[in-house]
Design a protein around this ligand. Structure first.
Ligand SMILES: Cc1cc2nc3c(=O)[nH]c(=O)nc-3n(C[C@H](O)[C@H](O)[C@H](O)COP(=O)(O)OP(=O)(O)OC[C@H]3O[C@@H](n4cnc5c(N)ncnc54)[C@H](O)[C@@H]3O)c2cc1C
Length: 241
């Protein structure tokens, strides 16, 4: 789909919010993503995956500038056209009989913000815990915030902030750095609770063709793009991550 950019603004350190016109107003499950061609030439050749951060009459993506593709994306202006493919992948499953806890690290908060919106629309409750390295990276105006350097909110990592709130009846939705997800997986095992994790492996096609985003699970190899990106944490072989 060739669509028009409505706005593309920096919202915190190295973090941008791009709003893309959504003329057909398609909907998506929280956790699903789109593959973006970051410019209209053939370089970089591969599309880049981004979680859906919000959907309305615009498709909103929250992205961190980490390399060539995201740097090019950050230079896009309102009115420029952009080619996106999606929505792709599966999504988080919202369950009403659990204590819902959202835990995001860094730019991993993007799919969780869309999930929070969907939970709110159902008039259900959830707790949100978001972690950043420092105050200047914060790009959300709600939730319990942890910063590693203590410049805002809880001083330390987001898992330590949330630890006392996790109970047997909790269902955690998590996205963030692998080290954070591994720590949470151990905690869920100890507390006998459930967790759905959104994984962010590198991927080329986004549709299960190139096999570039394979992860090892208890059921063999799975593809983050087409079997995921959301997985039951119990299915992942964390020692191989
Ligand atoms: C399903 C999915 C959803 C994603 N959602 C978002 C999102 O909402 N917002 C966002 O900012 N990013 C998201 N990402 C990560 C994003 O796709 C990468 O940051 C982006 O492709 C980097 O492109 P680049 O050309 O700027 O970086 P490159 O020049 O390709 O790489 C720069 C650096 O970033 C690292 N990197 C590149 N891709 C990834 C990746 N997938 N995971 C971890 N490290 C990577 C590289 O190892 C390298 O160190 C998502 C990834 C997946 C798989």
């Amino acid at each position: 789909m060739q669509l028009q950019i409505v706005s593309n603004k920096q919202v915190s350190k190295d973090t941008y919010l791009i709003k893309i016109d959504n003329p057909e107003v398609f909907d998506a499950y929280p956790g699903q993503f789109v593959m973006v061609r970051v410019n209209n030439y053939n370089y970089p050749l591969l599309r880049r995956p981004f979680s859906i951060y919000n959907l309305s009459n615009t498709i909103d993506l929250l992205y961190r500038k980490v390399g060539e593709g995201t740097s090019m994306l950050s230079l896009k202006k309102p009115g420029d056209s952009i080619d996106i493919l999606g929505p792709l992948g599966n999504g988080f499953k919202i369950k009403s009989d659990k204590k819902l806890i959202l835990i995001g690290g860094g730019i991993g908060i993007a799919p969780l913000c869309f999930l929070k919106k969907k939970i709110d629309e159902r008039k259900m409750n959830c707790e949100t815990y978001f972690g950043f390295n420092s105050k200047d990276e914060i790009c959300v105006d709600y939730g319990n915030i942890a910063t590693i350097d203590g410049s805002f909110g809880y001083k330390g990592n987001v898992v330590d902030m949330a630890i006392d709130k996790i109970e047997e009846n909790s269902l955690i939705y998590a996205c963030g750095p692998t080290i954070m997800l591994k720590k949470l997986a151990l905690l869920c095992h100890e507390k006998k609770c459930n967790m759905e994790v959104s994984l962010e492996s590198r991927m080329a096609c986004g549709m299960g063709v190139c096999l570039g985003c394979a992860v090892e699970t208890k059921n063999g190899m799975s593809l983050v793009c087409s079997d995921g990106p959301v997985f039951d944490y119990k299915d992942i072989l964390w020692e191989k991550m």
